[in-house]
Each structure stands twice: as C-alpha cells, then as structure tokens.
Write a protein that binds this ligand. Structure first.
Ligand code: BES
Ligand code: ZN
Length: 478
C-alpha cells in the first residue's frame, strides 16, 4: 500500500514520451556554468525552467546573484529560481533543490552521440544519452513531472513545495549562500525539511538514500617565469621552466595508490569503529559494480568495504589538469610562460576547509622553497564546501524509505557519497532542518564523464518516487 494517489502514478506512466521530449529540450541548452562562452546558455536555461514552472502555476522569482570574474571577464551570475506551490498551514512544507547547469562536454572527448542532443539508445536499452540527463536536469524534470501530473489531473498536492534551483552548482554555487542567509527568515521560512535529488545509486539495481557528502577544497598552484612563451630550442637549458617546477610540486601531493602526502591531513580523519564498518558491509555493492561504473578493473582494493570507504568516509586528492600547458594534437616545442595546476581534496568530517587549506598551502610553499628555481609560485584555495552528514532516522528519511519500497519493491541502501553539493550543508545549517538526498540515477550514469545517460526506467520510476515521497511525507506522523 502506498499513500500516493494512483491517478498520479498512472499519469507518469502514460506521459513517458512527453517527459522524454521535455528532457530533450533541457539537454539541448548547453548550460555549462564553468565556460564563459556558455554563460548566456545558463541564463537561457533559467528562463526555460522558470517558464515551464510558471506554466504549471508555480510562483517563480528569478533572483539575480551578482557578478563574477572568470578568465579575466566580468560575467553575470545566472539567477537562482525561487519557486512556491501551495501555502496551506495544515501541510508540511518541503524545499526541493536542483541545479540546471552542467559540466562541459564535446564530441571530441569520446561521446557516441552529440552531448547536447538527448539520444534514445538506438540499441533499445532505454538509455537516454546527453549531458545533464542524470546530473541534474533529469531529476529537476522529475519534480516538474510530479507537479504537472497534479495540475493536469486537478489533484491537490500532498505538501507545500518551495523550490530553489541554481545554475552555478558545478562551479562552486557562487552567490547562493548569500541568498540563503538573506532569505532564511523570508522565503525559506516555514520549511520543514529539504529534499535534493542530485546524486546516484551505488550500483545499477539498488536504490539508495544518501545521508552524507564529502566536502571539497579546490586548489590552484600558479607557477610563472618568462614574460612570454618561449621556443624550447632557443631557450631550453638556459632558463628555469615553470612547467617543470609545477609538475614536481604536483607529484608531491598524492601517490599512485591514492595516499595523500600532505602532512597531518590523514591524522585528522575520524577512526573507524566496528559499528561503522558493519554499515558498509551491509551495503548492496560489489567491487564489480565499481569496475562496471568506470569501465575497467582498476580499483585500489579488491575488498568491497575498503572500496566503499574510499568513496564515502576517507578524503581523496585528485589532480585535474594544468592550464596554460600545451595540449592537443601535434608536437609544439613551447616552454609555457605560466602554468596553473588544478587539484582538489574531498573532505570528510573533521577536515575543515580552513584547516585543510592551511595544511596544503604551508606544505606546497615548503616544497617549493626546496626547489632551486627562479620561477614564482602562488598557491590558493579557489572554492570549497564543508562535508555534511545527516540523521537518517528522521521522518524525512522514513518517508523516502517507504516511497522507495513502494516504487522499487525493495528497501534502499543507506549511503554516504563521495561527491559534493555545497548547498546541502548551507540548507542544513541556515534552516536548521533535516536534508535528504534522494537520487534518481544509477551508479553507471557517468555524471561529468563522456556518454552521461539516464535510464528511461529511472526517469519514470524516479518521477514516481519523488511524488510518492511527498505523499509519504504528508502521511508521516512527525
Ligand atoms: N551531482 C554532483 C554531486 C555528486 C557527485 C553527488 C557524485 C554524489 C556523487 C554535483 O553536480 C557535482 O558534481 N558537484 C561538484 C561540486 C563542486 C564543484 C563544488 C563536485 O562534486 O565535483
Ligand atoms: Zn549534480
């Protein structure tokens, strides 16, 4: 038995094609927040979403978030959309959050189909390929599907909805924290709990509820020397080369086994208890699920618990790239004049952004001082967010648990996630309420990767899940 209205569930089944078409429209807007050239598309995406919501009777306010400097250009930040549907004092009020910006994608990265055209797998698997299909346009449209079903069927919504959709999540949610603290006693007043659908199952068959996220500290090391790029034939063996210094520094951060080399950092991690270990044992996942999700057998460990803990409870340090370095086809014989190494550390409880930033900067400065070079170096934390853990025994989680059992016929796994959604902690702290992560997509969706996809079944059942959760929430005692 479920508390959800059967007409609602049927509407979702009956309108699958129209829902996919609408997801296609969203994916076709390349709202890449990190690329100045695409900034107008992020704004266009905000307008598109705002119109869709308004046409369903949602009261939407588009809130400008100010300006940003990016790659030497001053850019308008995309607005956040604050939406409201219903304000019945006898109902619970749920805040839902999603982001309508996406990661960059281009055919040359190895996509099978154009990333900004939603492609239904011609092999008939039901996979919907496209950038943002799973992260996070599919889930946002899941909410839209729920609202549309109720409006078109003339059904009363079981709860009041408040919405916060942003267009800068993939670039550190710039401007959003200020908006949340400004509005905490205004727009966000009366929110009972929060639901965010912006992560994934661990594998391809077991739904999950997620009660923790790692935080992130994103760093940039800049090394410069000559006033301009040089010819390596003319100046090689005569000048200090910034790229050589930078590569040496970056090699001092992490080992090929993933061990973080920043002194003192690992000492901060909470010791593992037997009880906690048992929680990872209980999760329905195998090392093979990880192999499948990454497309190769390359996990550090062959042990499931170790592998899960690597993602959920330990910090990690990843090297992302070097701006200013030569890349691409050909064999350019350049000595780059200035290079910027990018890396980030995923944070877990006890590792604060400020604490980790100090450890990293002190260490990189000390290592640089050891190099006999005349290059100049700076290291800075560019953006970040603290880790977050919630109480999974709250009624918010119980409602999602029941909804999952109804829609998928099985109990969800309880997971912590390795990725970061900085606004999660901002909501939990500023509003003082429970936050739930209720994912729609599977572990192999390939968010941020090539050939990102969302399975049609996850889109459809996921829409039912989001709606059913609202009914279960309304029916829950607390
Ligand atoms: N949807 C992800 C967050 C996520 C990733 C949750 C993996 C669970 C597992 C989100 O869109 C994202 O990628 N966030 C960025 C945030 C960062 C730029 C501050 C991330 O985690 O890299
Ligand atoms: Zn996301």
């Amino acid at each position: 038995m479920t508390a959800a209205n059967p007409q609602f569930l049927k509407f979702i089944d009956d309108n699958q094609d129209a829902f996919i078409k609408r997801l296609g429209e969203a994916v076709a807007i390349p709202s890449v927040s990190g690329d100045p050239a695409h900034r107008p598309d992020v704004h266009r995406m905000a307008e598109w979403l705002s119109e869709k919501l308004q046409s369903l009777g949602v009261k939407v306010e588009s809130r400008p978030l100010g300006k940003q400097m990016l790659e030497g250009q001053e850019l308008d930040l995309p607005p956040a959309l604050l939406g409201e549907l219903g304000n019945d004092p006898n109902k619970k009020t749920v805040l839902i959050y999603g982001h309508f910006d996406v990661q960059p994608a281009s055919m040359s990265d190895g996509w099978l189909y154009p990333p900004f055209e939603l492609t239904v797998d011609p092999k008939g698997t039901g996979k919907l390929f496209g950038r943002g299909s799973s992260d996070d346009k599919g889930p946002i449209l899941g909410w839209v599907n729920v609202i549309e079903a109720h409006v078109k069927l003339g059904l009363e919504m079981p709860v009041n909805l408040k919405m916060c959709f942003e267009g800068m999540e993939e670039s550190g949610s710039e401007g959003l924290d200020e908006l949340i603290s400004e509005e905490k006693d205004k727009f966000f007043k009366g929110v009972d709990c929060v639901c965010i659908s912006d992560n994934y199952w661990l594998n391809t068959s077991t739904p999950c509820l997620t009660y923790g996220l790692r935080g992130i500290a994103y760093f940039k090391i800049s090394v410069s020397g000559p006033a301009r790029d040089l010819h390596s034939g003319v100046f090689g063996a005569t000048v200090h080369e910034p790229m050589t210094d930078l590569v040496l520094l970056m090699s001092k951060l992490v080992t090929p086994e993933g061990q973080i080399l920043v002194p003192g950092l690992m000492d901060l991690v909470e010791p593992l208890t037997e009880e906690e270990r048992a929680r990872y044992e209980a999760i329905n996942a195998t090392v093979k699920d990880f192999d499948d999700a990454v497309g190769a057998a390359i996990t550090f460990s062959d042990d499931k618990v170790q592998t899960l803990m690597g993602r959920m409870r330990y910090p990690s340090l990843s090297l992302h790239g070097i701006e200013g370095a030569f890349y691409g086809a050909g064999c350019k014989t350049v000595i780059p004049a200035a290079v910027h190494g990018k890396f980030s550390i995923r944070l877990v409880p006890n590792l604060t952004l400020a604490g980790v930033t100090k450890l990293v900067c002190d260490y990189v400065n000390a290592e640089f001082a050891k190099i006999k070079t005349k290059s100049k170096m700076t290291v800075e934390m560019v953006h970040g967010g603290e880790p977050w853990v919630a109480d999974p025994n709250h009624y918010n989680y119980r409602a999602a648990h029941k909804a999952t059992e109804y829609v998928y016929g099985k109990a969800p796994d309880y997971t912590r996630e390795g990725g970061s959604i900085p606004v999660t902690l901002s909501f939990a702290d500023a509003l003082g309420v429970n936050v739930l992560l209720l994912p729609m997509g599977r572990g192999d969706d390939g968010a941020h990767s090539t050939n990102e996809k969302l399975d049609t079944d996850n889109f459809i059942r996921g829409s039912k899940l989001l709606g059913t959760y609202l009914y279960e929430l309304a029916a829950s005692k607390e």
